[in-house]
Design a protein. Sequence first.
Length: 566
Amino acid sequence: MAEIKEEILVNESGLNFVEQIIKEDLEAGKNGGRLNTRFPPEPNGYLHIGHAKAIIMDFGAAEKFGGTCNLRFDDTNPQKEDTEYVNAIMEDIHWLGYDWEDRLYYASDYFQQLFDLACRMILEDKAYVDEQTSEEIAAQKGTPTTPGQNSPYRNRPVEESLDLFKRMNEGEFEEGRYVLRAKIDMAHSNMHFRDPIMYRIIKTPHWRTGTTWKVYPMYDFAHGQSDYFEGVTHSICTLEFVPHRPLYEYFVKELADETYCPRQIEFNRLNLTYTVMSKRKLLQLVKEGLVRGWDDPRMPTLCGLRRRGYTPSAIKDFVNRIGYTKYEALNHIELLEHSIREDLNKTATRVSVVQNPVKLILTNYPEDKVEMMHMDNNPEDPNAGQHEMPFAREIWIEGEDFMENPPKKFFRLAPDKEVRLKGAYIIKCTGVKKDEEGNIVEIYAEYDPDTKSGMPGSERKVKGTLHWVAVNSAVKAEVRDYDRLFSVENPSAEEGDFRDLLNPNSLKVRENVMLEPWLAERVKAGDHYQFQRLGYYTVDPDTTADHIVFNKTIGLKDTWAKEMKK
């Protein structure tokens, strides 16, 4: 109940609870009235939309209160890190609209300072070298309700521990032979205080420091100290680090005093339906070829969302809608889809594209005649203007827009029924042609020359309007139609292998899609369009002069908006 009351107060102030804490600290003059946040990714994978929530908080709070935000790579495990990930992370942050300016740091920048601090703690009998196996150490930890047992090496002489620690870094011992542990309290109620490991041996060369170091600090030891070395005032992270906060403060106090001390604040993670956020699982999908790469448009990675057509403004809108709280929640992907629809509705140019083409012939239209019809680029934007589209005797329409024996409320084309061709004329179906198997290969109709859109006499109304593309000027393209990657709402909560929950219909490729020529002439990777009556689509980077590829970003049907109206 206390948390709920706090959220209400935060909402009334216009600030989320993290921003409220920052505001109070600044007003109290803590850390000299200075604000410095940081975003500290591990360079062992690509960023996903959950990281976007953290980025928006870290950089956004700094912007709001006139502070600064650092980018610091937590490069303390060379076995899993790669410069590919470093470059991708920086690209994603810039894409979201943020910049760290001259504040680019690495945990490896502080390896010497961290090593020196560890040596000091050994000399002060606050740390010791343990030579038990990881299994033995884990067994000694105890449980949340039973105390742990001291290591037989806990009271190793200080000089011996220091000597061993230095020799560990010189490469004298194999990985796993020794670890450095903090000497705190094996009976502590917080399991993280039960002599946590500070350093382990890793002999893989580091991508920045080479073979200089053979021992590498653990996150709990390196993170708070790195914050201190950089002057970070507010270390904002997700709720799983709440139990780690006392240990963060314990280690920081080895350096900090009352004049300056970083403060850790936690908020809820971004969990999304029909999605997994585990880096390990996402890497598994990539390595096993279950997706086309980190930037597969079905992935929740920022590069995947970007390739699919999601925009930074839509992602920010989504994050602002779900907010920052102190309790975990599963957010509906429909809300994210609502955000991108709203954004693209304002900005995307409307074009005519036929994905399942069937030929329609206007039997009373001159065979050699071509008219240029004026099509609105975006009715939501009064300054968007128009473009021209050729109209001719033979056009493509969607196969789904015609039925020989339609139900009562079918307002598209059928025998003896009228529809309007968008931006053009009203037509009436007069017949069809079928192949030997009974499939419709041509539809015949007559047009009413007095119903041209925008001309006097065109006011006559009919219930259906169809999009179309002229046959003789259409350009063929490929469309990749994406659906949700998983077939269950919360794959992380399901038992068994998460790969068995993948949606087998998450990708459908259409190779015979017809574009209007105006669109085909100006496609550029990343550009957004609304295909009339079909949805929002984005030009894929695979596009070449001879092969145009679109990704389906999202359909037009907005289930979230309907729910909000109920």
